[in-house]
Design a protein around this ligand. Sequence first.
Ligand SMILES: Cc1ncc(COP(=O)(O)O)c(C=O)c1O
Length: 367
Amino acid sequence: MESREFKLVPNSGIMATQIYQGGEQPNSAYKHIIKLNSNENPLGPSKYAIQALKSSFDFLNYYPSSSHKLLRQAIADVHDIDSKQIICGAGSDEIISFICQCFCAPNDQVIYTEHGFAMYRISALLRGAIPVKAYENNRIADVDNILKQCNNKTKVVFLANPNNPTGTFLDDNKLKFLLDKLPDNILMVLDGAYAEYIENFDSGLSLVEKYNNLIVLRTFSKIYGLAALRIGWSYSSPEISKIINQVRGPFNISSPAIAAAIAAVKDVDYTKYCLNENLRNREWLSKEFKNLGLNTTDSKANFLLVDFKTDMLAQEIFDHLRSQNIYVRKVNDYGFPKSLRITVGTKNDCRRIKNQIQNFLRLNNEI
Ligand SMILES: Cc1ncc(COP(=O)(O)O)c(C=O)c1O
């Protein structure tokens, strides 16, 4: 039968956008890999999260909570914030997309930092909006450059703090300066996906009371070790929260995910343990890389951006590690063709990757 000519036309921006290229997800049945390419927690989730997840299996025939009331309350209790201003999403990715859906129309402008997380640009493009790059200063977001890019078409500014893939960080004074200067009809998004890796850092939650054009994002995919379950949340003024909630699907998070997230956020001792392990291993690994003559960006998160002499050497090391079942992330798309982003693994993972890189550099007379 002759097929009919395809005549459907998607909205502008949809097909022209290059979709997200994540780190390779190996077959999960294969145990002998070291996966350091997506900034996941190598220690896994809290044991209480796994228990809660298992218990939730008895109720798979029921729809999940639509209000996420218990999860919002658990988050609010731990962070001492108002549960009514929290919105939960299927990963913070979903909330990034909600933000663009709510606030961007075709040809509006969205500001992202030079080496900012790819989903900001992608979500803006999918709405037909124009992503505008604000240059960084030595791999650190530059608030003056962000402010210079603002005009009457600007609707949203996205800033991850610490940033992925650089790991660099802006202190509270710089954030307050930015928020004070930013016109209040522009939404400021502070993405704290890695906030829990910095001790006593609230990633802007306490600023929400003062700035009603601020939304803070968080995720359960990083320190909480629940990336597979897809849970993120936002905190913002009641007005912003109400707007975002309008576009949220009624059952956007599953009950197993909700149950696990409640248990995970309550297990503050385990979160602290993961924070300390990351600090220890990150310090060790960056020191070892330095001893090998490799520069790493000063990271406050659970990964290191490691620079090599040439693009080719970065590619060869990537291929060599891959052949040893060690997965790291290429960051050419972020403008770092000479670098690799390496998630801080367990102590053992860190030793193995350091030894593999050292051996490779030695065999190739690079050290
Ligand atoms: C800065 C940043 N924001 C958001 C996300 C998305 O996280 P989620 O798994 O919650 O969608 C990531 C994931 O890598 C990230 O690095």
